[in-house]
Design a protein around this ligand. Structure first.
Ligand code: G3H
Ligand code: 13P
Ligand code: ZN
Length: 330
């Protein structure tokens, strides 16, 4: 059993309470590689932001669960080396889909886990989430549950709305499970292919995706005053990165992400954790493709992974400072 406190990590409890109170959101960035980890830490330290480094099931199988945990421990030490006296770094399991994977993470040094029972019938979601909470809280590990299902790219807007979190369920879910935060569905969507141009409306020559359901968020906040709310699927799919990728041989389909002003508005509410993965993938791929195209004779990985790291850092800093507002909160 490895306790996250011995690794210098923190859980989300205090961080979220401050974020809800202060009207900002904590960035939750997914990582699979050393360069992503370094870029996340550099950005968090330079902007003096708390940060959640999250690991999916796919990341665990790609990078190896033990290595990722040592990387998170390394992230804490790296932040200190960069001059941050008291880094606030959470190591979080993203989209845990069973009690066993959550237990495995808790036992190996994670400070926070998500149990995603959102696809299960309500009572099964409650029972599974409660089981994870009971185990996690013995070790002061915090737990994110989920109610409502995020839309897939292929879903039409009306179908997506039918999967929004039902405000009338949230109090019952939180009180029965004891979870520490709740991921909700109000119109965000995973991946870099949200939303298709056909799903958007042309406003003054700009394609605008369907707006987030702030009315649903408000109802949820009224049912759970001050309770930490989480938004998944919050990449904005920066058009300049997509253009760079396609200019240098990529073949990404046209897509419009979640507008940053909507995420800014959400950050000022009870939404205190915003998940971003796809934008980091785009930033990395754009930088790598550019080097490959402009310097075809280059074969030293540091010469393309270095620019990829710098580009991701720039993106992380932008999110922290201009969208989530978690800068200066350490
Ligand atoms: O929400 C999912 C995250 O973007 C992780 O994606 O399962 O491909 O690692 P992944
Ligand atoms: P994006 O695909 O929008 O970056 O969402 C990431 C996410 O929700 C991770 O859990
Ligand atoms: Zn997610």
């Amino acid at each position: 059993m490895v306790n996250y406190k011995d690794l210098g990590l923190v859980n989300t409890r205090e961080m979220f309470a401050k974020a809800v109170e202060g009207g900002y959101a904590i960035p939750a960035f997914n990582f699979n590689t050393m360069e992503q980890m370094q870029a996340i830490v550099q950005a968090a330290v330079e902007t003096k932001s708390p940060v959640i480094m999250q690991v999916s099931k796919g990341a665990r199988s790609y990078a190896n669960a033990t290595i990722l945990r040592y990387m998170a421990q390394g992230a804490v030490e790296y932040a200190k080396e960069l001059g941050c006296e008291n880094p606030q770094i959470v190591l979080h399991l993203d989209h845990g889909d069973s009690f066993e994977i959550c237990k495995d993470c808790i036992d190996s040094g994670f400070s926070s886990v998500m149990i995603d029972g959102s696809h299960l019938p309500y009572e099964e979601n409650v029972a599974l989430t409660k089981k994870v909470v009971e185990y996690a809280h013995q070790f002061d590990v915090t737990v994110e549950g989920e109610l409502g299902v995020l839309a897939g790219v292929e879903d039409d807007v009306v179908a997506a709305e039918s999967h929004y979190t039902k405000p009338e369920e949230v109090q019952d879910f939180v009180s029965k499970t004891g979870c520490d935060s709740l991921a909700i569905s109000i119109g965000t969507s995973h991946g870099a292919h949200k939303f298709t141009p056909e799903q958007c409306t042309l406003v003054n020559g700009v394609l605008v995706p369907p707006p987030l359901a702030f009315d649903v968020l408000k109802e949820i906040e009224e049912k759970l005053p001050g309770f930490p709310i989480v938004l998944h699927g919050s990449s904005s799919v920066p058009q300049d990165e997509v253009e760079t990728i396609n200019k240098y041989g990529g073949a990404l389909k046209a897509a419009i992400g979640i507008p940053e002003e909507q995420l800014r508005k959400a950050s000022q509410s009870a939404v205190c954790k915003i998940n971003i993965d796809s934008d980091s993938r785009l930033a990395m791929t754009a930088a790598v493709r550019k080097v490959f195209a402009e310097k075809p004779a280059e074969f030293d990985p540091r010469k393309y992974l270095g620019p990829a790291r710098d580009n991701m850092k720039k993106m992380y800093e932008h999110k922290i400072v201009n969208v989530l507002g978690s800068n200066g909160k350490l």
